[in-house]
Design a protein around this ligand. Sequence first.
Ligand SMILES: O=C(O)CCC(=O)C(=O)O
Ligand SMILES: [Fe+2]
Length: 361
Amino acid sequence: MAAAPFSIASDFDSSIQATNLTSIKTLSKSGLTTIPSSFASNNLHDLVVVDPSEAEIPIIDFSLLTSSNIEEKCKAIKDFGKALEEWGCFMLINHGIPESLINSMMEGIKGFFDMSDEEKREFQGKNVFDTIRCGSSFNTATEKVNCWRDFLKAFVHPEFHCPHKPAGFRETTLNYLGKIREVTKELLKGVSESLGLEVNYINKAVNVDSGLQILAANLYPPCPQPELAVGIHPHSDHGLLTVLFENGISGLQILHNGKWVKVHAPHNALMVNTADQLEIVTNGKYKSNIHRAVLYSNATRISVAIANGPSFEDIVSPAPDLVNESQPQAYRAITYREYFRIHQSNALDKKSALDTIRIQN
Ligand SMILES: O=C(O)CCC(=O)C(=O)O
Ligand SMILES: [Fe+2]
C-alpha cells in the first residue's frame, strides 16, 4: 500500500485549521498496513535493546528513604544516590499513593483519549505555553520524523488547568498531582542528603511548593510497522523529576551505557526519571537520563507522566555548594520558562536543549 496522504495537527503551524485534527488513534484505526512516510525512518532502531534481566534498573523503596530508623534511611539514601548517579532513573515502590487513585487516573486518561477527535478539538493547542493542549507527535513544525503518539498536556500546578471531560477527571487529577508533589519533595530531600547537603537544600533552591507541574499523558496506538516508527524520540525531560506509570503495556526504554534497556516496572511502582533542571542544579552530578517509547503492532500503550519542575520564574543554576575548583560551573543560569520554551519548541533530540546552556570548561 502506498503511503497514505496524511497531515497531523501541528503545535505551531497556525495555518492548520482546528477542524483538521486527526489523531494517531484515528489513523491507526483506519486499517492502513503501512505507515505514512512522515513517521518512518530506517535508523530509529540502530542501538542494541536489552532485557531488564541483563541490566537492572534500580528499585527505590520510598518507605525506607523516609524511614525514621536512621540506619535504614542512611542505607536507602546511599542506594538512592547510586541510582541517580549510575542510571538517572529508578522504579519507586511503597510510595504510599493508593493503587485505586492510580487506576482512576488511568481511567480518566483513557476516557479523554476515547473521546472523538471532534470532541477533543476544544483542547487542541498551538503554543507550548497553552495551559491545556492536546495533539499528536511532539512538534511537527521542527521534527524530521513524526512520533506515533497522541498526547494531552495540562499545566496542573501552581494553577490548576485540566480538561473538564471526562466526568471526575479534574478531581482525580487534582488529588493525584498533590500526592506526586509530596513524593517529589521527599525525593528532593533524598537528593540533597545523598549529595551531603542540608536536607532542604535543593527544595529551597527550587521551590516545588510553587513549582510547575505538568500532566503529560501519552497514547501510543497500534502501529502497523513498529520497527520503522517510534512512539517518542530519545530525549531527556525538562523539569526536575518526572514520575510516570503505564497501562500494563511496557514500552519505555532507558539509554544506559549505549544500549536501550526495557523498563518492566513492578506492579503499582512509579517510574521516576531525573530531568534537566536537576542536572543543572546538581552541576551535572546527577544527569538527566535519555529515554524513548517504542510501539507495538497489536497493543495500545498509555503512559501518564507528571513533570515536576521549579517555578517558571525561577532562575536555575548550579547550586553554589556543588561548584568548586575541581567541578567548575557546568551550565549557565537560565529561567525555567526560557528553558522550557527551548526544550518544547525544538524537535526532541536527546539532550539538545541542555547542550544550549552547557559551559565548556
Ligand atoms: O511513554 C513513556 O513511557 C515516556 C513518555 C515520555 O518520555 C514523556 O512524556 O516525556
Ligand atoms: Fe520523557
